[in-house]
Every structure is written in structure tokens, then in C-alpha cells.
Design a protein around this ligand. Sequence first.
Ligand code: FPP
Length: 241
Amino acid sequence: MPTFKEQVDKTRLPEHVAIIMDGNGRWAKERGYNRIFGHHNGVKSVREVTEAAAEIGIKYLTLYAFSTENWERPQAEVDALMELLIETIEKETPTLNKNNVRLLAIGDLKRLPGKLEDKLQRCIDSTTLNSGLTLVLALSYSARWEIINAVKNIIKDIDLKQLTPEEMSAEIFANYLTTKSIPDPDLLIRTSGELRISNFLLWQLAYSELYFTETHWPEFSKECFYEAICDYQQRERRFGK
Ligand code: FPP
């Protein structure tokens, strides 16, 4: 039986895969541990999937690492997640460089603790010339925040007479989003059984293929990722035509 990796058709890869990494808390609770243990194990899957994407030549991988709504979680969990992100970004920067991976971040980054914003910026700067996979971390991100932010900037530009309402188009609107210069996702994966988009990339997912799996994020392996790609490759995309 060939592996899913062997079954992937490298000539028809999705250019951009986005992932809602869900189920760290449930995975940990099922094993009698606290939620933070789940997040620590979730980092292993982040590493696995980044490697898996780079190995077959995917160009963009976006991971929903922290949503605007996640700020409402208990302070101890928020603090642990921020600490984990700081540690992981610092530790993984050399590996990203070794593997020609460029890091980007989208979201309301000014809300992040100064130390995380700083580490993130250093990692982004140090990987900016890498030309392999682009790894996009969505941090303090929500699509409604992003769209409202875009509308505010559009109103400012209209006030400044740099734009007229008649000129507005889907292309121009997309340039006001944090994902400007990133192609729309071809495939969205959500782990852990929830069948929702949860305020993630609402504009950009308009024509994306959706893939849901029961697997909790800490158990999501390279083969799970390749299985999702194979599933995507069996679909016919018509973009409404
Ligand atoms: C969802 O599980 C996971 C998160 C909100 C955080 C994801 C963070 C990581 C995997 C760690 C750091 C990431 C990077 C990019 C280094 P959940 O807590 O919502 O689980 P539940 O639905 O079972 O409660």
C-alpha cells in the first residue's frame, strides 16, 4: 500500500494551505493532563507539518496560532501560549533558515507582548530572503478584525483623495488586508472535528476547498497532512464557473 506522501501528485499541488490547529486542549484532557501540555505537544505538529509542506514544495502554509477571541481564555493559558510562541520562534529560527523557509505574521500584532513582537520581527527579518516555503503565522488574528481594519484604512485613503469609491474592486480591497501579496488558500484544513471557519480568513477562503478531520492537532502527522492533500487533489475546482 503506497503512503499518502507517495500518492501526492507533485504537478498539481495546492499553492497555499491554511490550517485551523484545533484540539490541543481536548487531546491533553483525554490523557489526564492540563491544556498547556496539549499546546506543548501541538508545537511538534507545527514542526512536522512545516517540514511536510516544505518537502513536497508547497509555497505557502498559514497556521492559525492565536485568535483575537483567544485573548478571553484564562490568563495563565494566554501567558503560557505567549511564552511557548516566544520560545518556539527563538529556537526554530536557525531551522527555518536551514530549510529556506521565510516567516511572515498576520494579525493585530501590536496586541502581542513586546517580547513576542520583538522575537517575531527578528525571525521575519532574518528569514526574509528565503525562497522556499513561506510560513504565515496568524497571531491575534480574526477575519472580522482584519476586514474592519481594512475599511478604516480605505476611508482614510478616500479622505486623503488617494482612492475614489468608484475605483474600489475585489483586487483593491484585497490589498488592504493583512494577506496582501499572499495568494488565497487553495485548501483549508481544520483538525479535531469542529465544522466551522471560526473567524479565519473569511474573505480569502471564498473559493478554498475545505477539509475536516477528527484528529486532534497534537496527533496530526506528516501523513495526515499528505492525506489532506490527496483528498484535495481528487476534487474538481470550478470557482463558481
Ligand atoms: C487550539 O487548541 C490551539 C490553539 C488555540 C493554539 C495553537 C498553538 C500551538 C499549536 C502552539 C504554538 C504554535 C506555533 C506556531 C509555534 P484548543 O486549545 O482550542 O483545543 P480545544 O479545542 O480542544 O480546547
